[in-house]
Every structure is written in C-alpha cells, then in structure tokens.
Design a protein around this ligand. Structure first.
Ligand SMILES: Nc1ncnc2c1ncn2[C@@H]1O[C@H](COP(=O)(O)OP(=O)(O)OP(=O)(O)O)[C@@H](O)[C@H]1O
Ligand SMILES: [Mg+2]
Length: 234
C-alpha cells in the first residue's frame, strides 16, 4: 500500500524555483531512502511534505488524502513527524522536558516511554540532564525519540548520521530498523553505506528533480549509476 505519494511536486522559495518535478511513492512499512548531492533539494522536499514550504496544490497525498495545502500542525496531527537536520531540540531543557513537550497531552504513555528507553538507553541514563550537555549522537537520539513519543505513521528524518562516530551510526541503524517495524521512515542520507543498510526503496534527486527511482538492492549493485548520480567512486 502507498502511504505517501508525491506527484509532480514543485516548490518555489521566494523567487527561486527550487523543486521542479518531484514524483515518488513511499510504500507503507520499512525505510525509504532519498539520496542526492548537496543542494539537490532533499531538505526542501521534506519541508514541502510537512507544509513548511508551500508545494504545488494537489501534489502531496498521504493515506489517500491531499495534504499539500494543509497547515504544518494539521499535517503533523495526521501522523507525520519531522526530524530536521538541526534536530529541533531545546538545549536548555532536560531530556524529560524535551520529550514531554513532544507529547500530545503533556504526559507519557508508559509503554511508549519504555520502548524509547529500550531503543535509546542513553536517554534514560541522562533523563534529567539538559539537552545541550548530551553528545551529538545522544542529541540525535533525543530528536528521533521526540518524533516517536506519539504513534506516527511516517517520520521524515534529515541526515541523522552527519558528524557521528561509526559506533553511534551503527546504534542508530539498529534503532531505525526497530522503529521501521511499525513506522515508515523517509530517510534523507548522504552516508551511502548507512542508507544502503536500511533502505528497501529509494529515489535520487538532482537539481530539484527525481532522476532515479527503484529498489536499494538494484541501486547498490550499480556502481556506475551511483557515480553518475551521486558522484561516488566505486
Ligand atoms: N530558504 C531558501 N532560500 C533560497 N534558496 C534556498 C532556500 N533553501 C534552500 N534553497 C536552495 O534550494 C536548493 C536545494 O536546497 P536543499 O536544502 O533542499 O538541498 P539538500 O539536498 O537538502 O542539500 P544538502 O545535502 O546540502 O542538505 C539549493 O540550491 C539551496 O540553495
Ligand atoms: Mg539538506
């Protein structure tokens, strides 16, 4: 089943036409990976889905409903969470406070909280610490935890492994695999090895257009295509 569908999405930021033609379908379940060089339009695509930029009306369908003209808060309420590249956490608040603020009613569902502790033990350990004092990886874990503290159908995650040590990246991968059992993840990544280890379906964006769509297995096997679209050397 298709969870999210982008059909010829175009987004203009001020006078700049940034996205020209973004079309792909994210099936329900698992991890869908969006790849592309710097400045290709990956973040703009996530922001357009979330209503933070206004995409072309009619171009974004979530669970069969056109969401392209909805306000961001209404899109979030339908079951989409967004973990931006700067993570969107509050440095001056504790881990607990950051998570409480991400709940719908200001209190925790204990089952979900226990799941977060299991996924990210560091968050339980540093529960009363202010977020600024966490390591980069722990901050990223907190950002993801905020996205799943309420039940969601889809989470959009922008470059979560940027600047993290390999051991932390591996732990993050394990957590994403677990989360993707019941929540679809749309993952933007520049770390191709990480993306390859998680993704089932994928698309590549270049200059505001989708230039490739397919399975990760096929793309991972085609080093020529990787070189051509991402500038990766074999
Ligand atoms: N607020 C803005 N105003 C004007 N142009 C913008 C704005 N945000 C992004 N752009 C432009 O849109 C294009 C796509 O940017 P975007 O941030 O979506 O790329 P990206 O694929 O996420 O890149 P990166 O890998 O560096 O994060 C770039 O050319 C960028 O300069
Ligand atoms: Mg970006």
């Amino acid at each position: 089943m298709t969870l999210l569908s982008l059909q010829n999405m175009k987004t203009q930021i001020g006078q700049y036409h940034v996205l020209h033609d973004i079309s792909f379908e994210v099936p329900q379940g698992g991890v869908f990976v969006l790849l592309g060089r710097n400045g290709a339009g990956k973040t703009t695509t996530l922001r357009s889905i979330m209503g933070l930029w206004q995409p072309q009306p009619g171009s974004v369908t979530f669970k069969g409903k056109d969401i392209s003209t909805l306000a961001t808060a209404d899109i979030a309420r339908l079951g989409i969470a967004y973990v931006p590249e700067n993570m969107g956490i509050f440095g001056g608040l504790t881990v607990e406070e950051n998570l409480v603020l991400a709940t719908a009613k200001g209190r925790f569902d204990q089952t979900r909280l226990r799941r977060i502790y299991t996924l990210f033990p560091a968050l339980e350990q540093f529960w009363t610490k202010q977020a600024w004092s966490l390591s980069g990886g722990q901050k990223q874990m907190l950002a993801v935890a905020r996205a799943i503290i309420e039940p969601r159908d889809l989470i959009l995650i922008d470059e979560p492994t940027k600047g993290l040590a390999p051991s932390i990246v591996a732990a993050m991968g394990e957590a994403f695999r677990e989360i993707a059992q019941d929540t679809t993840i749309l993952l933007v990544e520049q770390n191709f090895n990480f993306a390859r280890s998680l993704g089932r379906d994928m698309a590549v964006i270049d200059d505001g257009r989708v230039v490739h769509r397919g399975t990760m297995a096929d793309f991972a096997a085609d080093t020529d295509l990787q070189g051509q679209l991402l500038g990766l050397s074999a």
